[in-house]
Design a protein around this ligand. Structure first.
Ligand SMILES: [Zn+2]
Length: 359
């Protein structure tokens, strides 16, 4: 499998994280002397060559800076336990609908989603080779993801699960990426519009009496849009059921605002049963300034109506090493109602110093 972090960077679409208020209490209880009142989060890809003593130091510094939860992209008992020993929670960052898995592709190509031209993600992945999204309406897919969540959450060193890629393929990419793919997505193009598999169309038709493929403008059908929002929301509910059975929190990395998330990846995240949400407010992707981080947080917090805390996902490379700008981003996030931030990128001593200072 391609290195995930490299893939995220190459595509420009990362994942962010979040967590629940019960966790904050628990983490604080573990280490009452922690200086920071806020419990930030960070995404980490665990490297297997790291040693226990290195991790002890690194994670102690994270905790000191007010980080309460680490989202680990892969399983690594060493990393998970080191983070927990430092007084943080260790959650699994889980790729949900996008399954870059050669075995699964070979065994079940029929589980993958299809675009409006009838091409499957199994054989015609959009944008990049490692964009392989499953169909959210197939019962076999739901059973498979449930079983995977069960496996992750059964481990005693895993404190929670964070859903990433819990969405459709981007029907519209963030505008910063259009030149990269030499594409003008001023409208929804059929090759990026999913899922038009026979199962999804039948399921929609049974309720609404029409086949989306026979509509002259399926992109303009409100009910077909809602059907797809609900398809992803149902998958979140299934994953949340598993998390609740294990009494562990479930969170999700989502697109930056409720409006953008629905429009470009069919995520209706304000209606998901989560313990916390981490919108990826990656301002550079949308050609926005740091000021927009505050706007995006305000929109999300308002739309959530207090149903769960929001942690603003910040994309460190977008700050280009300017710690003053990073401080401004954190300040705007918190002032507009974020419970904290979730950091994507290399967590340097300078970044940790900013977090400590802002605490
Ligand atoms: Zn489908």
């Amino acid at each position: 499998m391609m290195n995930k972090r490299h893939f995220i960077k190459s595509l420009g679409l990362g994942g962010l994280a979040m967590m629940g208020p019960s966790l904050v209490t628990k983490a604080a209880a573990l280490k009452p002397a922690a200086p920071a009142a806020r419990q930030h989060r960070v995404w980490v890809t665990p490297h297997h060559e790291d040693t226990a003593s290195e991790l002890q130091q690194r994670y102690a510094a994270f905790r000191e800076a007010g980080i309460g939860v680490v989202y680990f992209e892969e399983d690594s008992e060493l990393h998970f336990r080191a983070a927990k020993d430092a007084g943080m929670e260790a959650h699994r960052w889980f790729w949900t609908m996008n399954k870059v898995d050669g075995e699964l592709l070979a065994q079940h190509p029929e589980w993958y989603s299809e675009n409006r031209n009838g091409q499957s993600c199994a054989t015609h992945p959009p944008y990049v080779d490692h964009y392989r999204f499953l169909c959210p309406n197939k019962t076999e897919v739901a059973a498979y993801l449930r079983q995977q969540a069960e496996q992750v959450l059964s481990k005693d060193y895993v404190d929670g699960i964070q859903l990433d890629f819990i969405r459709f393929v981007d029907v519209i990419l963030p505008v910063n990426l259009w030149p990269k793919y030499n594409i003008d997505q001023s409208r929804e193009l059929p090759e990026y519009d999913f899922c038009y598999c026979g199962h999804c169309r039948e399921k929609y038709k049974a309720v609404y009496g029409a086949d989306p493929l026979e509509m002259p403008h399926p992109d303009q059908s409100p009910s077909w849009r809602t059907f797809r929002y609900n398809s992803i929301t149902n998958m979140v509910r299934i994953m949340a059921e598993v998390a609740r059975q294990h009494n562990k929190p479930i969170t999700a990395a989502v697109f930056p605002t409720p409006e953008i998330a629905k429009r470009i990846v069919r995520q209706d995240w304000v209606n998901w049963p989560l313990d916390a949400v981490c919108p990826m407010i990656y301002h550079s992707f949308y050609k926005e300034s740091v000021t927009w981080i505050g706007d995006a947080v305000a929109e999300g917090v308002k739309a959530l109506h207090g149903s769960c805390p929001l942690y603003a996902g910040l994309f460190l490379p977008a700050f280009k090493g300017d710690m003053g700008q990073l401080k401004e981003g954190i300040r705007l996030a918190v002032e507009n109602g974020a419970a904290g931030v979730s950091i994507f990128g290399k967590v340097t001593p300078e970044v940790l110093a900013v977090l400590r200072e802002m605490a």
